[in-house]
Design a protein around this ligand. Structure first.
Ligand SMILES: C[S@@+](CC[C@H](N)C(=O)[O-])C[C@H]1O[C@@H](n2cnc3c(N)ncnc32)[C@H](O)[C@@H]1O
Length: 283
């Protein structure tokens, strides 16, 4: 399949991304699992993990909830190779990884009971198309689930620089110029209401220095620096040293014993109705 390109493709596929996703999953999963349990209230579900990356969550879902199958779908063959190496289907019954484009999913209508999409919509230029495709491939009464990042939901104290400005002016500008939107998270409830989904629920995962080991949290930001500093500098026009200093500032804040860092992540679930299917089909 010819691989389509998009503005955040390089940081989504570089080596730092594998470490980022592994570290993020370790920090986030304990808080996220109880919300997923509501969706996975029975075994034997058919699950699509859209933008599965290196398979961190596809594999955890197999172990935790005993679904019939989990298909991890991703555009990036390099991430799928990492996923297949890490999570051998012999040890994860029903798990498979497949290359595909979330804006044109190769499965037929109503094929799945659940479609998940974590940490992806903020990186792509056509999030609405992705959501529409997820609605199409899930049966009426089935579930959508998102971790929808929003870079206006990170706070740090104390810092030398203005961390809000960093995420807004540096990251935000880079995203905008590369065709994505880092403040996508806050738009999701309205989008799901427009689609007439039912049982829309938003819970905030509070990934902070009080709930998560500060070294683990700092490690996430270290991987972000490794993976994104060049991309931010290139697209925002800010000097690389300046971008690096800003990352180092939030890493130091996270590590210092009196520092407080928090990353709030909307964990969003909703059920698909017959009306959602019609609206998505006519979109
Ligand atoms: C930040 S990673 C998230 C990985 C995984 N969902 C997780 O939570 O660990 C985003 C992934 O979305 C993938 N991606 C981006 N655009 C895509 C598209 N149009 N179709 C499928 N996958 C896509 C990237 O290749 C990357 O692996």
């Amino acid at each position: 399949m010819p691989t389509k390109t998009y503005g955040q493709r390089e940081p989504m596929e570089n080596e730092a991304m594998e470490h980022t996703l592994e570290t993020q999953a370790r920090a986030i999963w304990p808080q996220e699992k109880p919300y997923l349990r509501k969706i996975f209230n029975r075994t034997g579900l058919r699950v699509l993990d859209v933008g599965c990356g290196t398979g961190e969550i596809s594999s955890r879902i197999v172990k935790e909830f005993s679904p019939r199958e989990v298909v991890g779908l991703d555009l990036a063959e390099v991430n799928l190779l990492r996923a297949r190496e890490r999570f051998d289907p012999a040890r994860y019954p029903g798990l498979s990884f497949l290359q595909g484009d979330a804006t044109e999913i190769q499965f037929e209508d109503n094929r799945f009971d659940v479609a998940l999409c974590r940490h992806m919509l903020q990186a792509v230029s056509e999030p609405q198309k992705v959501i529409r495709e997820m609605v199409r491939v899930v049966r009426p009464g089935g579930w959508l689930y998102f971790l929808a990042e929003d870079y206006g939901m990170l706070f740090f104290h104390p810092t030398m620089y203005d961390a809000d400005e960093f995420f807004r002016e540096f990251g935000g500008k880079a995203a905008q110029r590369s065709g994505s939107n880092l403040r996508h998270g806050r738009t999701m409830p309205s989008k799901l209401m427009e689609l007439r989904c039912s049982e829309i629920e938003v819970n905030y995962l509070c990934i902070d220095t009080l709930r998560v080991d500060r070294k683990l949290l700092a490690q996430i930001f270290i991987h972000w620096r490794e993976g994104f500093e060049r991309w931010i500098s290139e697209y925002s026009g800010q000097p690389l040293d300046d971008v690096r200093n800003r990352f180092n500032d939030i890493i130091e804040c996270t590590l210092r014993p009196d520092g407080y860092a928090v990353w709030l992540i909307p964990s969003i679930s909703a059920r698909i109705t017959e009306e959602s299917k019609q609206i998505a089909a006519n979109d």
